[in-house]
Design a protein around this ligand. Structure first.
Ligand SMILES: Nc1ncnc2c1ncn2[C@@H]1O[C@H](COP(=O)(O)OP(=O)(O)OP(=O)(O)O)[C@@H](O)[C@H]1O
Length: 338
């Protein structure tokens, strides 16, 4: 790597993308016991030739089933893991080569682990980070005050971390990750195990952080509501491969999903004869459910039913994003088998 390549312009890499991956792979070698004194070496391709770019200020969802390769990607983006192949840059920096330098520009929150000191009061953890990251005093004080206010941590600063609830601890962890004003925040399952109120507080804060301060956010989650409420763009990874990268709305088309027209008739009737591909998928008394392609307008179907049936009421239900993604996974698995 040349000096100019590693130069950390505030605009990211030379092409301008803040996070850039090109053909990135991560292969783990695992040794498995196969019998008495016998061990077999196996290679696990956790990330398989992934390429993507994230521009400064984007908030992107990174989703996939268990073991898909999400955490491995994030660990490579922080420099904890070195890619087996490919090129990776964050803010123009090669993370595994210059991990410490990059640490000053990124923030990381792993939902299942805390970076806070378990036995110390929250504020003591922050003071330690102040020193570790060598944050200038004025900036530390200003950031701490802002984060304590926004994340509602005022009453918790003197409480030892082990006494905090999961939601309080998560807010504490998010503040810790942001004390040094990072330009990008990686969040790995930030709402895992949180109740509805805590989830909405965390989401509200992240939305504000992204829109007001322009912080770039890469969000890994199993909770698709996080994605629906926060991210315009989503990347889907499975078996280490990027299966989809685009707007959330486009996922429905990629999964060839269907919308549902729920129709209330005056009385119980045989299934409505709808023009294909629309079809009745469920009947319960006078109520009938018709599935039709998500990409099509409901208007012609509604007009036809209204003209031919004693219609009382109707509503359209959007496809459930969880079902769409599950369908994508199944289709991918079927393609792999055939
Ligand atoms: N240090 C390691 N050594 C060996 N294999 C590993 C290691 N870390 C991850 N793997 C394997 O790599 C694959 C991807 O794991 P990874 O943790 O990145 O998935 P994930 O998408 O984050 O999953 P989850 O949603 O369950 O956290 C899995 O098969 C996992 O077992």
């Amino acid at each position: 790597m040349t000096g100019s390549e590693s130069g950390s312009s505030r605009e990211g890499g030379p092409e301008g993308a803040f996070i850039e991956l090109h053909g990135v792979e991560k292969v783990f070698e695992v040794r498995k016991k196969t019998g008495f004194m016998k061990r077999e070496r196996r290679r696990v391709r956790a990330v398989d030739s992934i390429s993507f770019r994230v521009e400064r200020g984007e908030m992107v969802g990174y989703i996939g089933p268990n073991g898909a390769g999400k955490s491995t990607t994030i660990k490579m983006l922080t420099g904890i893991l070195t890619p087996s192949a490919g090129r990776l840059r964050v803010a123009g920096i090669d993370p595994s080569r210059e991990r410490t330098r990059l640490a000053h520009r990124i923030g990381v929150v792993f939902g299942q682990r805390t970076t806070l000191w378990w036995d110390l009061p929250l504020l003591a953890s922050y003071r330690l980070m102040h020193r570790m990251y060598r944050i200038p005093d004025a900036r530390y004080r200003e950031n701490l005050a802002r984060l304590v206010d926004l994340l509602d941590l005022g009453d918790l600063l003197d409480v030892p971390v082990r006494q905090l609830s999961l939601g309080q601890r998560m807010r504490g962890d998010i503040a810790a990750a942001l004390l040094h004003d990072p330009e990008v925040l990686y969040l790995d399952e930030p709402t895992i195990g949180l109740d509805v109120v805590s989830k909405s507080k965390v989401r509200e804060f992240l939305r504000e952080l992204n829109t007001e301060r322009g912080t770039t956010v890469l969000l890994t989650t199993h909770d698709l509501q996080d994605i629906e409420q926060l991210c315009k763009r989503v990347m889907v990874i499975d078996h280490g491969r990027l299966m989809y990268d685009g707007p959330l709305a486009g996922l429905h088309e990629a999964g060839e999903s269907e919308r549902t027209l729920v129709v209330d008739l005056e009385r119980e009737l045989p299934p409505i004869e709808a023009p294909a591909p629309a079809r009745v998928v469920r009947v319960d008394g006078p109520r009938q459910w018709l599935a039709f392609p998500a990409g099509e307008s409901a208007a012609p179907l509604v007009a036809r039913i209204a003209a031919e049936y004693p219609l009382v009421d109707l509503s359209v239900r959007e496809p459930d994003i969880e079902a769409v993604i599950a369908k994508m996974y199944v289709e991918q698995a079927e393609r792999a088998i055939s």
